[in-house]
Design a protein. Structure first.
Length: 114
């Protein structure tokens, strides 16, 4: 079952039986993109940290879709949840870094050695 995301509620949503957990959107010009649930979680984290830039992030996502035609927005391109021939993968950093909006990675290893 796919999610309904308010950021793209104005777009046509389609269902891909092979990728039931990701939401597929189809634009009127034939471009399409998937939003993986973990990517959306990351996107909401960016909204919390950078609310003033959130509309720019969404706009950049759409620019990427218009440029590449078929995009999967994934949390990890090495282990994507969604696989579809002919689509490219983009992670949150791929969207935000060109905008100079950086994802802060607060996780780090332990200071304790063995």
């Amino acid at each position: 079952m796919t999610m309904n995301y308010p950021e793209w509620e104005h777009l046509e949503q389609s269902f891909d039986q092979d990728n039931p957990h990701s939401t597929l959107y189809v634009l009127s010009d034939g471009c399409s993109f998937y939003i993986e649930p973990a990517y959306y979680t990351q996107l909401m984290g960016m909204k919390d940290r950078h609310p003033e830039s959130f509309s720019l992030i969404i706009e950049e996502m759409m620019n990427i879709v218009k440029k590449h035609k078929r995009v999967i927005f994934t949390s990890n391109y090495e282990f994507p949840q969604t696989e579809k021939e002919g689509y490219i993968y983009r992670e949150i950093e791929d969207v935000c870094d060109p905008l100079l909006i950086f994802v802060e990675d607060k996780s780090r290893g332990s200071d304790y050695g063995d």
